[in-house]
Design a protein around this ligand. Structure first.
Ligand code: ZN
Length: 89
């Protein structure tokens, strides 16, 4: 799967950027900023990045549906919650 530079989630276009500088710090592989319409992905193993990308998109979908305080477990159950030492957010 090719990770796009932009993705539309429920009509809102998010910019997708690969960057080692995540707001949430070194312990995370990805993050979504709803207010800035931005998804940041740490440049790591490609298949992990793809999973992180989908994970962040699901956050965007949940948020857009009004589930602002959605449970992380609903998006990434079980073993997928941690990728190595880093986590998703
Ligand atoms: Zn998450």
């Amino acid at each position: 799967m090719q990770i796009p530079n932009r993705v539309k989630i429920s009509g809102l276009e998010y910019v997708v950027e690969e960057t080692p500088h995540l707001t949430y710090g070194q312990d995370y592989n990805g993050e979504i900023h709803y207010d800035q319409l931005k998804i940041n992905l740490r440049p790591i193993n490609r298949s992990v990045m793809q999973r992180v990308f989908i994970h962040e998109c699901l956050h965007g979908i949940f948020d857009n549906l009004g589930h602002k305080e959605h449970d992380e477990k609903h998006i990434y159950p079980g073993r997928c919650q941690s990728v190595g030492r880093a986590r998703l957010i």
